[in-house]
Write a protein that binds this ligand. Structure first.
Ligand code: FAD
Ligand code: DLZ
Ligand code: SF4
Length: 507
């Protein structure tokens, strides 16, 4: 009896649990390009192109193994446009005895999967996604044993469980975390080796033409499309990072530079999140580079922490707290998303650069996302749902399991401290220290208030003042609130007035 095996656009892994035990003589793999998936948020053009091109490459590779793949193209006239519609249509056509799927990356897709059994009249097995290292059930137990959730302790347990950077039961180098050696500002003249770029092949070119025509009005440019779209390309990109940028990854992880969107970052999130790379093989490659003396420990530990720690942590947290997680709004943020998040037209050079990089590449690195666009959304009190939709739309690596905790929890503190122990609020001084953006800005980062002042300076203090009742008791906010307590009443009132005036000007 044949089994219908589903592979979604972010499940492009040959070792996917839905493909486990596949019988090429009988089973059929179903892959669906769906209008609903391309429009549920207004995705960046490159994100759509990446997923469709990678899906088509994956289908070709699986077919080359002699497996039957039913591949539904977006412009197929019979395409119903949804996972539910296409699974039902395939069941009518192929009459499988059962359906096997892998746990998806978004709650709404899980809900759709739960309806397949009734709609198709065959049993549906939704298997765990074991491409992630942390299991959802284990995480729930881990959480139940703790008063407070903190990534650092989760990360240590992940190191113990996997053995990455461990010498017996002790962390390599005697420390779990070498962050104090990281996060330097970029010295003048230091350049990162450019990341490897993949020239679109015929399959990708076909998809780029489709996206250019069908999604012409979407955010973002297609011209720079150079993402790996197959496992072979993703492995090549990983090797390139390990050999050329990993050694300085730790030192300059937080640095930002105009015209240098990638610096020493790995650019592996797209390949990881759509399944072209496995997190274990990336951690292994980084650890091997350290053992071979090719990269220092602070860089390798810092990099492995992002993947084994943060990435696994946010995914486990998302599934523990979904779907209610998105509904909190701890700071009662109610301002609509300013139009410049889409146009990039703003006098704030840091925002203009971060949004411009995003538009050009469907990419911005972590500090641009957290401390520029995220920090602004936090300080300005942007409505959680609007800024979350923006992050989910504009980055090629964005799927709700990873976007939501990072935005709702880490960037805008809408969860009141589940994800981060304090809001990542910063004035212009931080951006100035970590970037060269301020030199080319219409505002003056050294001016704190009044004409010419950097908006991040005004908003930082007005944010602390406006949210004093919610934040002042947080022990990790003690220092800023001590500084605020030394401020005269007149100056406090002035920050409040100027903060509100600036924000009203955004509307
Ligand atoms: P590097 O800096 O080279 O890091 C290596 C890898 O570590 C990344 O590829 C990623 O897999 C992992 N990683 C690092 N930080 C995180 C993190 N905080 N959460 C999860 N994984 C992490 N990442 C996404 O993959 N998709 C998203 O939709 C996404 N949205 C974000 C939204 C906001 C507001 C913020 C602050 C961060 C977001 N991140 C997201 C995390 C991070 O910014 C990206 O993973 C990273 O920029 C990807 O680029 P890279 O591969 O060059 O990463
Ligand atoms: C994001 C996306 C897009 C743009 N298009 C498709 C598609 O046509 N077919 C598909 O299977 N998946 C697509 N995806 C990825 C899905 O939205 C993804 O599986 C869910 O977001 C769950 O993580
Ligand atoms: Fe951004 Fe302020 Fe610097 Fe301008 S001066 S780039 S607004 S931090």
């Amino acid at each position: 009896m044949s089994v219908l095996r589903l592979v979604l656009g972010d499940q492009l892994s040959r070792n996917l649990s839905a493909l486990d035990g596949l019988d090429p003589a009988q089973d059929v793999v179903l892959m669906m390009e769906c209008a609903d998936e391309t429009t549920y948020v207004p995705h960046h053009k490159q994100k759509i192109a990446l997923i469709l091109s990678a899906m088509r490459h994956f289908a070709q590779d699986v077919r080359d193994e002699g497996v039957r793949v039913e591949y539904i193209k977006l412009d197929d006239p019979a395409n119903t446009g949804s996972f539910a519609g296409e699974v039902q249509r395939a069941c009518k056509r192929l009459k499988p005895a059962s359906i096997i799927a892998t746990w998806p990356g978004e709650w709404r897709v899980l809900e759709a999967m739960r309806g397949f059994e009734a709609a198709c009249g065959v049993p549906v097995d939704v298997r765990e996604d074991d491409r992630f290292i942390a299991h959802r059930g284990d995480f729930a137990r881990w959480v139940s044993e703790r008063k407070q959730l903190r990534m650092e302790f989760f990360y240590r347990d992940m190191r113990r469980a996997t053995g990455f950077l461990m010498e017996g039961d002790k962390p390599t180098g005697g420390e779990w975390n070498f962050d104090s050696e990281n996060r330097k500002s970029l010295p003048k003249g230091l350049r990162a080796a450019p990341a490897i770029r993949f020239k679109p092949d015929a399959l990708t070119q076909e998809v780029l033409a489709l996206v250019a025509q069908r999604f012409a009005g979407n955010f973002g440019e297609l011209e720079n499309f150079a993402w790996p779209v197959s496992r072979a390309q993703a492995l090549e990109a990983l090797d390139d990072f390990i050999a050329t940028r990993l050694p300085l990854f730790g030192d300059y992880q937080d640095a930002m530079k105009q015209g240098e969107p990638f610096l020493f970052h790995a650019l592996v999130s797209t390949s990881l999140n759509i399944g072209l790379l496995d997190p274990r093989e990336i951690c292994r490659a980084a650890e091997n580079a350290w053992r071979a003396g090719l990269a220092p420990l602070n860089a390798v530990e810092g990099f492995i922490r992002q993947i084994l720690g943060w990435r696994e942590y946010v995914r486990a947290l998302y599934w523990l707290l979904a779907p209610d997680y998105a509904s909190s709004n701890h700071l009662n943020a109610q301002r609509p998303l300013p139009a410049f998040y889409w146009t990039g037209e703003t006098s704030m050079n840091c925002m203009k650069q971060a949004i411009g990089d995003t538009r050009a590449n469907a990419y911005a690195h972590h500090i641009q996302r957290l401390m520029v666009t995220g920090n602004f959304a936090l300080l300005a009190g942007i409505r959680p749902a609007e800024i979350e939709e923006w992050y989910l739309a504009v980055y090629a690596d964005a799927f709700e399991w990873v976007e939501l905790p990072n935005t709702h929890g880490m960037a805008i503190f809408a969860d009141g401290g589940v994800m981060a122990s304090k809001p990542y609020a910063a004035s212009g001084a931080y951006i100035n220290r970590m970037s060269d953006y301020c030199g080319g800005c219409a505002h003056d980062v050294k001016v704190k208030i009044g004409p010419g002042a950097c908006p991040f300076n005004i908003l930082y203090w007005s944010f602390l003042i406006e949210n004093e009742d919610k934040l002042a008791r947080n022990p990790r906010m003690a220092m800023p609130y001590r500084n605020l307590s030394r401020m005269s009443d007149e100056l406090r009132a002035e920050y409040k007035t100027q903060g509100r005036a600036f924000l009203d000007g955004l509307d």
